[in-house]
Design a binder for this molecule. Sequence first.
Ligand SMILES: [Zn+2]
Length: 185
Amino acid sequence: MRADHSRPTGPATGPADPSVTVRDSMTTSLPPDTDTPPDPAAGLLLPVPDDDGAPFWEYAARGELRVQTCADCDEPRFPPRPCCPHCQSFGARWQRMSGRGRIWSYVLAHPPLLPAYAALAPYNAIVVELAEAPRIRLVGNLVAAPDAALNSVDPARLRIGAPVKAVFPTPPGGPTVPRWMLERP
Ligand SMILES: [Zn+2]
């Protein structure tokens, strides 16, 4: 190997500006904030509503589970989209559901996961078949209370076919994502 191949190309660490070191040491010497409880939803991903799905999230924020339904043939459809796949109508309304359904399928998530999710694993993700619209299946999480953590239900309690009901957490500043609780906790 020629000697100049191992020639150093520059400093391997950051700049030697002493002000950087001073700022770092000030930041790390701050006492921990013990007044704020840890946010169980910190770092979790939030939905990004689009034009077709915006009403779903607006109704959810009011505690209502509504499914886009064709205004001509009355078939519900999900996810929301402009055109009915059954009759090609562009007419639609938002039909209110009771919020009741059954677990149609589920998984238990294990790492590798994003850090905020890895801290909660194993947690469940369930697919719920709606009582009034069995062909409509929504993905969500089974929880012990509307604002409880994703891992608040013992995985041993998950059963295909178990009756569930929709609940609506009230996050401080985020969209309301419907979640599910067992009808018979
Ligand atoms: Zn239709």
